[in-house]
Each structure stands twice: as structure tokens, then as C-alpha cells.
Design a binder for this molecule. Sequence first.
Ligand code: OGA
Ligand code: NI
Length: 345
Amino acid sequence: MAQSDLLVSSWCKNVKSLPADYIMPPEKRTTDFSVSKDIPVLDLGQEAGRGRSALIQQIIKAGEEFGAFQVINHGVSDDLMHEAMRVYEEFFSLPVDDHESLLSDDFYKSVRLYTSGYNYANEDHHLWKDTLKHPACAHPQDEVVQGWPDKPERYREIITKYSVEVRKMSVRILDLICEGLGLEEGFFRGELSQGIGMVINNYPPCPEPSLAMGIHAHCDPYTLTVIQQQVYGLQIKKSGKWIGVDPLPNAFVIMIPYQLQIISNGKLSSCEHRGVTNTSEARISVVTFCGPSKESVIGPAKEHVSASNPPQFKTYKYLDFQMNYLYHLSKKNLCNETALGPYLL
Ligand code: OGA
Ligand code: NI
């Protein structure tokens, strides 16, 4: 079958029941749809004023307890957030011909439109989503933009602005985390946040959400994950229980990925999360992340290691971590044991 015919969005419209290869085995299904108001919503506007130290404390507490929080007053304008979401709605409704050149089943390709998980041909059960991924840009003249989709017409202009602004916000948040963890100033500013990219997931309305899955439970491999969502579907795991993240207008969800857990020697927890679908509304999540450059050497920061607090993790090169993560993702056994196991002391 042609790649384009596999995209869920290309065939799902008149489907009344879930095709057999989208029905998850019972242990992978989701029944819990409750939205929690407990996940902290933090006002980044406090950063500049007298609220700064309180904000830092709130960020660290949220990172310890939930591995996630939402931010408002974050400096990215409501208009730009809205326009970026519009661009992606348009992108995912383009005719098949406009998607053809982006479709690929090679999961190492840096710009890629694909369906389901990382390796469709190798899956027993497919995910109810289509995904576009590409590197992000850090400044307006960045040449990575040349490899991006060129439709809809405003794609490159809007997404350049969006990724530059989201990157600025991410660096501000990493600076606050740096201060909260007592690390040297600028700790995250160099190679630890240079690997930047975007993953945009489209979950069309699904006829039987309780049998399907949007995205399997996982923690992200990066340094910081930022998610824009307008429709409910994101859940995080806290103390063994799944809780739903309320899609607040104009807020971003910030998630603590593995590298922050390791650098903080386990003080911050990486956030395990998954995505569920619904029957009535398409859901798009715009994920913007920063990660270390491939050659970065990472391990618990010296400020978090002492005789009474020995290192919990080895020191390794990020490329090695990333390859191990992708390997287990492609083998369908990605979890904390396989992703972190080789790096535990
Ligand atoms: C991801 C992810 C969550 C979502 O792409 O890594 O976790 O809400 N997405 O789509
Ligand atoms: Ni994720």
C-alpha cells in the first residue's frame, strides 16, 4: 500500500469501528479519562520581579512531584500560538499529493511524515495518529527551515517565528531550573540545549477510543519538552496513577525528560506520559523540544553528588543514550528499565 494511504487521516473519516490492527490488547487500553486540576499552573511572568525565587521553587517542586507543569504568561503571544495551531490544522488537511514528498518509513530521516509509531511495518497494533517531525530553528535565518514543508504557504514563516519564540521560553525555563538546582549559571545554555526539534501529532476523531491508543506511555529522551494542545488527550503518570492534563487556552505543558532526571541525580523525575483519543474532535499536539547535541557528555551534576548522595547514573555520551532509546522504541519495549537501565549505577 502507498505510504499516503496508510495515514489515519486519509481513511478514518467514514470508519465506524476500529480496524482489527488498531485494537490494543487489554493491558494497553485506557479507561481513565479524568482531568486533574492538581498539575501546577505556573505564572512565568513572575520571573522578572520579586516573585522569581517563589517561581523557581514552584518549578522545582512540580518537577519533583509531577515531572510536569503548565506555564502561562510565558512570552509567546496568543496570536502566534493560535496561528501555529492553524498552520498544523491546514497541514494535516492538505490533499495527499502535497504530503507525498514528506512521507517516509525511514525512522532516522530528520524530516518525516509518518503514521502510527516509529516503525509501522514492525508493529502488532498501530497507534491512532499521524506525525510530522523536523529539526527546529533557533534564529530566523536558520537554514534548517529549507528542509521543512512548504505548504500551507505560511508554514515556514509562522513556524520559524513560533520555534524561535518557544526556544527563547525554553531557555528561560532551563535557566530557572538551573538556578533552582544550584548549578553554574548558563549550565543548560550550551550543548545541552542545542539539539532542537519539533514533533507534531495529529489524532483524528476515533470511533472507539477505549480500544485504541494515541501514543504509548513513554518518557522523552530530551532536556526539555514543551507541548501546545487545545483538546484533551495528554495524560501523565503520578504515583502509579494516570491523570489527564487540562488543555488550558494559551498555556504550554512543560515536561521533565530523562536528561534532567539524570543531571539532577534523580531530584527531578522524568514525566511518563501517553496520549488518548476521543470520538468527536481531532487533536493536534505541537511538541517542541531541546536536547543535547550528539557529542555532549552527560551525567549527574557535581552539585548533586556527595558522599551521602552518591551518583545514581553513569556518565555517557548523548548519542549513545539516544541510540539505545531508539533501539528499544523500534523493538517495542521502551520503558524506564530499557531506557535508563544501561546508565544506572
Ligand atoms: C510525544 C508526545 C504527546 C501528545 O510526541 O513525545 O508525548 O500529547 N506527545 O501528543
Ligand atoms: Ni513524549
